[in-house]
Structure formats: C-alpha cells, structure tokens
Design a protein around this ligand. Structure first.
Ligand SMILES: Nc1ncnc2c1ncn2[C@@H]1O[C@H](COP(=O)(O)OP(=O)(O)OP(=O)(O)O)[C@@H](O)[C@H]1O
Ligand SMILES: [Mg+2]
Length: 394
C-alpha cells in the first residue's frame, strides 16, 4: 500500500461547517414529530426489541444474518438503532450498496469505513493501515469537510479486492475487536459483476472469525436467489430474519404521545383508522401521521384521516399515473381487483369479475408486478397507490 496524503487547496482544518458538527436537526425540533423518508433511530425509533435481542444473540455467536422486508419496513432503522446501542469491542460498519455502483467504489468505501471506525485519526491510519494493504495502491485524501477518503491510484484487480475484503478481519484480529459489517440493500451486488463478486466475497468471508456480516434487502426474490439457491456462492450463509410491521399497541401509543407532546390531541378512533389503513407499516404510518399533524394538531374525526390520505394521493398522482401508463390492460385489472377485493386473486369470482381469463394469467401478471416491486405476497406494496386505485384514480 502506498500512502500519499493529497490535501485539497484552500482547506482550513479548523473550520468544519456547523451543520456537519451538529448533524441534521431531528424533525421534532422543527415541529412535526413524525418522520419518514430516512432511517430513524434513538428517540424516534419504536419497538423492535425482539429483533434487536435476536440480532444481538446472533452477533454474539458469530452468526451472520440476512434481514428481509418490504420497502420502508425499517431495515436501515433497525441496523442504525442496533449499531447505536453497541459498545466495545464491537465496531459497527454500515455500507449502503445503493451507494456503491462498482467494485472499486465498494472496496474504497470498505477501506474508508474501517479506517475511520477503527483508527479515526490521520496519523493512526497512516501508521497502521499499510500493514494490512501491502499490494493495494491506494491514496488518502483529506476532503474539504475534514473527512478522510481513499482513492485507488490504479484500477484494482481481483487480488487487490481480495486484500480489501480481508481488511476488516485482519484489523479486528490484530486489535481484539469484533467488527459487524452490514451491507444494506445487498441485492444491488448484482450490478458489481454479479456472481463473480459474490464468489469472491464468499471465498474471503467464510474464513473470517472476527467479523459478523449482516445483509439486508427489500427485493425478496433477488435476495432469495442469492442466499437460497444451492448453486449460488452465498447459499445458506446466514440466518434469515424477516421484519414485519410494528405491533399495533406500541404504534398507537407512539402516535397519541407525539400529538400530545407537541400540544395537540388525537382520538383513539382516528388512531385506529390510521393503523387500519397502513397495517402498521412503519413508513406509511409515519407518512400519514406527518400529513395529519401538518393538517391539524387536533384530530377527532376519522374523516380527517381520510382527508390526509387524499392529500398524499394528490401529491403522488403524477408518479402513480406514470406507473399506470406503463402497465398492460391485464395488469391494471389485476391491480384494481387487489385494491378493491378481500377475496384472493386466484378465485374464479375474482378472475371473472376482472376479466383475467385464467389462474395462469393471474400468476404471470402477479409475477411481473412483483418483479417491478408493485406487488408483494398478492398485495399492492404501496398503500397510497392502493388507495389511489381504490378511490378510482382521482
Ligand atoms: N422502528 C421504527 N420506529 C419508528 N419509525 C420507523 C421504524 N422503522 C422504520 N420507521 C419509519 O419507516 C421509514 C422507513 O424506514 P427505513 O428507511 O429504516 O426502512 P427500510 O426498510 O430500510 O426502507 P427501504 O427499503 O426503502 O430502504 C422511516 O423513515 C420511519 O418513518
Ligand atoms: Mg433501507
């Protein structure tokens, strides 16, 4: 490894923007106690005690875990909260696979994370990291916001990537640490030379004793292919864990509490209606509550909840229309049925009511809709999209 510190011109080390030092203000301080669209932890994090305990137990046993859930169910939040509660000798590292579109970026991100989490300072990194990356040519860069970044000085080849993949294990072993390395949205690995990269990762990870791996993903069928198909490198590599909705009572208490501590009030009836619509899905519930609180601090009637749903649908309608325009006639009819009916889509009543021809046609259409992330387990994934269809696409 070659270290050369490239210091961009014009950096005043002493001045780091206040917003970076302070972090982004929680929604609460800005007013609305509800938050959606980005992972939550700490005070805004509800429940998941069982899952947190389970994760802790697996990590203690050195067992890797695969967390599945549909979008917005709270995978990243769970990881963040889990990591927030960890103490030494555990060192958490979170890598978002959406942000690592190439092998090179993944390797660079991994080095950066290990360097910053384990060593922290420039001097320590310079002194220590070189022992572990002997062949990899990588430079350290100090960014204008005072962060340490790495850049390969030549395109990394397979041996360089292998060396980087072994870095967490070697660093953890040397310093008596236990690194927990989480790959969020791991299915995105398919964009990094696909199965070749999986093979390489597996071939390194299987020897690691001081690193526990956590993989999360929201595209069930893609994760299933990676971890459940016998021919794939990661076959049965970790313990699967499915994340479901948040328990009703807990969510109900949280919603009531949020309204009350911001000087408002919400009736039990309205809370019931919210959770009935969202099925206690964390992201949709927070989104609906955000809208409600924004509309009114005092919510008595169920009809106010319906109005909040209409507002959300109104803002999203262009997006929904774009999706709709790209569907076939049969897929649209099937979605209509799924939005409006209680009965299963394979029943003859359903098929004839929506002109779906046969169970085989339903199966094929469902599969395609699942692949596009619009349907999961025979239900429309986005509950507001579902309400938009149910209400006649206003
Ligand atoms: N434990 C929780 N307590 C309160 N709100 C939560 C919790 N988990 C998730 N949420 C809500 O759901 C939203 C989505 O959470 P998060 O980003 O963690 O989900 P995700 O499963 O990682 O989603 P994606 O599949 O889009 O990456 C958050 O912004 C928050 O509003
Ligand atoms: Mg996420």
């Amino acid at each position: 490894m070659e270290f050369c510190l490239i210091k961009p011109k014009g950096i005043n080390k002493g001045i780091i923007p206040k917003s970076i030092l302070m972090g982004i203000k929680p929604a609460e301080e800005l007013g609305n106690p509800f938050s959606y669209g980005k992972a939550v932890s700490g005070k805004q994090f509800i429940n998941r005690e069982k899952e947190l305990e389970e994760l802790k137990a697996h990590v203690k046993s050195g067992k890797s875990v695969i967390i599945y859930s549909s979008r917005g169910m709270g995978k990243t939040s769970l990881l963040k909260e889990f990591f927030r509660r960890l103490n030494k000798p555990y060192v958490p590292i979170l890598i978002d696979m959406f942000g690592t579109p190439s092998r090179e970026i993944l390797a660079r991100t991994l080095v950066e994370n290990v360097a910053n989490s384990v060593y922290g300072t420039l001097e320590k990194i310079r002194k220590s990291l070189g022992d572990f990356l002997r062949r990899t040519k990588i430079d350290m860069v100090l960014t204008p916001d005072g962060k340490i970044r790495f850049e390969f000085s030549r395109t990394p080849v397979q041996e360089d990537i292998s060396e980087v993949l072994d870095l967490p294990e070697r660093v953890a072993e040397k310093h008596g640490l236990q690194i927990i390395l989480a790959f969020d949205e791991f299915q995105e690995i398919r964009n990094l030379d696909g199965e070749e990269m999986e093979k390489l990762m597996r071939s390194r990870f299987q020897h690691h004793k001081n690193v526990v791996y956590i993989f999360t993903g929201s595209r069930r069928h893609l994760l299933d292919e990676i971890f459940s198909e016998e021919r794939r490198a990661f076959y049965r590599f970790g313990r699967p864990m499915e994340l479901g909705p948040i328990p009703r009572d807990e969510f109900s208490r949280y919603i009531t509490d949020c309204f009350e501590r911001t000087g408002g009030r919400i009736s039990g009836e309205a809370v019931e209606r919210i959770l009935e619509i969202t099925g206690c899905h964390p992201s949709f519930t927070q989104q609906l509550c955000y809208e409600l609180w924004f509309m009114s601090r005092t919510v008595e009637e169920k009809s106010t909840v319906e109005k909040a749903v209409e507002n959300i649908i109104f803002h999203e309608r262009i997006h929904y229309l774009q999706i709709w325009e790209n569907l076939t006639y049969l897929q649209r009819r099937l979605l209509e049925g799924l939005a409006k009916e209680e009965i299963g889509p394979y029943s003859m009543e359903f098929i004839s009511k929506y002109g779906l021809r046969s169970p085989a046609h339903v199966r094929k259409a469902l599969k395609l809709l699942e692949k596009r992330g619009l349907v999961e387990k025979n239900k429309i994934s986005d509950i507001f999209f579902r309400e938009w269809i149910k209400r006649g696409m206003p």
